[in-house]
Design a protein around this ligand. Structure first.
Ligand code: CP
Ligand code: NVA
Length: 303
């Protein structure tokens, strides 16, 4: 396995399969009350430039359950916010802790940390990718559908960081992904191209009603990601036709399920009815962040 986990494509298909099988195992162990201190004595430092609920809690609890320790660091309280260079922060931190998880505005910040850190670096979300979210999403789809091979997934909304990771994941999972966004909010073309060149099945269809036809999974996310707040009013106007509501769900496969990485904005990208309805898997998805990331930490840290 690569030293770092910055993109979902930092792992190979067999590594992903093994990692998720460990995640399912860790979930069963937790439910059975069996302790599993696989990372005793290890410390994860978590640097956050942006807000977080799930990523923060799941990584911290995950390290505790693995017998290790997690350290929460608000980037604004660090010297980095006053101008200390990433390369210096990365090398100093590497002398204290076993791994670094970073949530950053710029993807390049995480890449630079990885270049200079001598320990594993994990992307806890950047403007471009959210690979830890995809581990949980794939695990959730495996739980519900048994396999992700040829599963038809439609992304509705903003072609954002989570969408990019979903697109890249087609290369490893056999998912068939259709993406439906307003004009100007498509995923970055390089992500689509890269996935397609590596054998991933990705299609763009503008109209959400057409894009969800026969879909077995509908995925959405906020229309205003962290960092896009200044564009909120404009986005709300443009995204109006892209709400995942009961009418849109009726056009998908009758057994379709819904994923949302959360936080959700009811009445914007998803209705309360769909979020709370029988087709929603969002709470299992949120829970699976914990199990999937524990498996990731074990893979990266257990020598
Ligand atoms: N899905 C997700 O990453 O949630 P948080 O922003 O709460 O960490
Ligand atoms: N796309 C969202 C995901 C939040 C977990 C954001 O970047 O804000």
């Amino acid at each position: 396995m690569n030293k770092d986990f910055i993109s979902i494509l930092d792992i190979s298909e067999p590594e992903l399969e093994q990692l998720l099988s460990e995640a399912h195992q860790l979930k069963r162990q937790k439910k059975a009350g069996t302790t599993h201190p696989l990372l005793a004595g290890k410390t994860l430092a978590m640097i956050f430039e942006k807000s977080s609920t799930r990523t923060h809690i799941s990584f911290e609890v995950g390290m505790n359950e693995l017998g290790g320790h997690a350290l929460f660091l608000n980037a604004r309280d660090m010297q980095i916010w006053r101008g200390e260079e990433i390369r210096d922060t990365a090398r100093a931190a590497s002398r204290y802790v076993s791994a670094l998880m970073i949530r950053a505005y710029k993807h390049s910040t995480i890449e630079e940390f990885a270049r200079f850190a001598t320990i594993p670096v994990i992307n806890g979300l950047s403007d471009m990718e959210h690979p830890c979210q995809l581990l949980a999403d794939i695990m959730t789809m495996q739980e519900h559908f048994g396999s992700t091979r040829d599963l038809r997934v439609t992304w509705v909304g903003d072609g954002n960081n989570v969408c990019h990771s979903l697109i890249l994941s087609t290369v490893l999972t056999g998912l068939e992904v259709t993406v439906s966004t307003p004009v100007g909010y498509e995923p970055v073309p390089e992500y689509v191209k890269k996935a397609q060149e590596l054998g991933g099945k990705v299609t763009l269809i503008r109209e959400p009603e057409k894009a969800v036809k026969d879909a077995e999974v509908i995925v959405t996310d906020t229309w205003v990601s962290m960092g896009d707040e200044d564009e909120r009013d404009e986005r709300l106007k443009l995204f109006g036709d892209y709400t995942v509501d009961a009418d849109l769900m009726k056009l998908a496969s009758p057994d379709a399920r819904v994923l949302h990485c959360l936080p959700a904005h009811r009445g914007e990208e998803i209705t309360d009815e769909v979020m709370e309805g029988g087709q929603s898997l969002v709470w299992d998805e949120a829970e699976n962040r914990l199990h999937a990331q524990k498996a990731l930490l074990v893979r990266l840290l257990k020598k």
